[in-house]
Design a protein around this ligand. Sequence first.
Ligand code: ADP
Ligand code: MG
Length: 336
Amino acid sequence: MSVRVVARIRPLLDGEHDKDIIVHADSTEAGKPNTIVKIPSPKNGAEEFSFAFNSVYDQSTSQEALYTAEVQPLLKSLFQGLDVTLFAYGVTGTGKTHTMRGGLKLADRGVIPRLLSGVFRRGKKIAKDTDGGTSVVVALSYYEIYNDKVFDLLEPPEQRTPMGLPLRAEAGGRTVVCGLTERRCDDLRDFETLYIEANSNRVTAATRLNAHSSRSHAVLRVKVTQTRGDDGSVRESTVSAIDLAGSEDNRRTDNGKERLVESAAINKSLFVLSQCIDAIARGDRRVPYRESKMTRILSLGQNKGITVMILNLAPLRSYHLDTLSSLNVSSRAKRI
Ligand code: ADP
Ligand code: MG
């Protein structure tokens, strides 16, 4: 299992001002790529904290550049049979959904549609190179984890049971979601139709709660099955792309009962996730993945595979404390 933690600082939006920028990307040596995030101490503005990452992407990084650097290189491993997990982690409003899903314009498309496009292209190439001897089938599931319950996003919201879908431990330590829909997709257009519909299910189910989507984890799971015609051998691997719940401390801003339940569930699962990533990064044998549903389902640390965590950051002073806490939590980020 290998893990990378990278940070991405979003640009200013309309109505935000240069003078409020407090977060900067930096490199260890002039001319080297950025690997450090700098932020002032909230107590003493003259003191500065630095956090180190595998890579740091600044305001000017395009969707294409991020995909090309961090995600495209994983396609090869995926087709070699390794599982890939991609997380977007950060405070609400820092660009997680922009990074994962992105906008509708081609240049704005996020990691997920680009990844699917890459998977289909590679699948077609393998089929062609083997003269159709190897078939490649792509199937999707898409669900959200809200208050530690799993809801299928490929089913209409009316069919949700309030209890959510149960989990089942399989032999070998894997955990599966029982009754999750899996839909085959043959090309990017198939995928986009399904993805748009599923995202609207997420929104529809949210009318009861404000900002529901920032309080749930959305998990897209793409299963790639390669079957060889000659000996019938099958190779199966998955890539999971996750838009995590906002990492802000909801308790600070809202003390309604429902929010408290949500906050406890969100904070616990994000905390366990960071501990798992830490343990994997250190090469520990014991990874505490059993301690939340999200980490159980992803079997984090159980499989051979590659994990990339993208820490999304807003550069502004108004996010100061939450930014510091997400920098602290995001595992490998070391104070130096
Ligand atoms: P989150 O999902 O973390 O709550 P969003 O992805 O919704 O945050 O981003 C908040 C706002 O910032 C959105 O309007 C989004 O379009 C914009 N945004 C985020 N990242 C970028 C970026 N890299 N370039 C341009 N706009 C961005
Ligand atoms: Mg979002």
